[in-house]
Write a protein that binds this ligand. Structure first.
Ligand code: PGA
Length: 253
């Protein structure tokens, strides 16, 4: 059985002090469960402070983006080595907000996945279709293209996580039904196998309006190995409620 992963994407929220307060509150009630990893991804400037707090726990630290070059004249960018040095184990790559607002393409994500793996960071590669693409019947071709281009030439033996995040479900309150999500996860797993990855061992997370009250039925799906949570990861109560629900479902499974 694949271990589960519940990841919190804090996006552009929280100052350093707020980050410290929320993390301390979260850890005060968090209990580790076997086969269930927890990951938090604060903003770049708060990674160091978060690392100092999280290193006393089993909770993993991740960044929300990375640049593919290791150093040089690239004003404003952050390298994979720098993320590793500050205590990150994971990095989110190709989030739909980066594709939408910052012009990121699958060619960029490919370079980033490679750079992350070269620095022993686990990439969490995000894929997903817009509502228009889904309605036009392009969902599978869009996701296949994001996977094919984003993973071209990537070392298939290194750890990798995929997050399926339908763009129409992010921050909208419109969660995919468990069946919709399961169908796409199954399709992603098949595509990964075709690309030469040991697809059965790769964690595929669902993301998009995951909340304490909808996570139970999502996590029961055979190909859903966890969640990438935005809004509901910001408050310790709701993030803990998600983690506890998932851990209960796993115990019953
Ligand atoms: P959401 O965000 O849970 O707020 O919909 C998910 C994400 O963007 O990773």
């Amino acid at each position: 059985m694949r271990p589960l992963l519940i990841a919190g994407n804090w996006k552009l929220f929280y100052t350093k002090q707020e980050t410290q307060t929320v993390l301390n509150d979260f850890l005060a009630s968090y209990k580790q469960t076997p086969q269930l990893d927890v990951l938090l991804c604060p903003t770049f400037v708060n990674l160091d402070a978060a690392s100092s707090i999280l290193k006393q726990s089993s909770v993993k630290l991740g960044a929300q983006d990375v640049f593919h070059q290791s150093s040089g004249a690239y004003t404003g960018e952050i390298s994979a080595e720098m993320l590793k040095a500050v205590g990150c184990d994971y990095v989110i790559i190709g989030h739909s907000e980066r594709r939408q607002f910052f012009g990121e393409t699958s060619e960029h994500t490919q370079l980033k996945v490679k750079a992350a793996q070269n620095s022993n960071l686990i990439p969490v590669l995000c894929v997903g279709e817009t509502l228009e693409q889904r309605e036009n019947g392009q969902m599978e071709s869009v996701i296949e293209d994001q996977l094919k281009k984003g993973l071209q030439g990537i070392d298939t033996s290194k750890p990798l996580v995929i997050a399926y995040e339908p763009v129409w479900a992010i921050g909208t309150g419109k969660v995919a039904t468990p069946q919709q999500a399961q169908d796409v996860h199954c399709f992603i797993r098949k595509s990964l196998a075709q690309l030469g990855f040991s697809a059965d061992t790769i964690q595929i997370l669902y993301g998009g309006s995951v909340k304490p009250d909808n996570v139970a039925e999502l996590i029961q799906c055979a190909d859903i190995d966890g969640a990438l949570v935005g809004g509901a990861s910001l408050k310790p109560e709701s993030f803990l409620a998600i983690i506890n629900t998932v851990s209960k479902e796993r115990t019953h499974a």
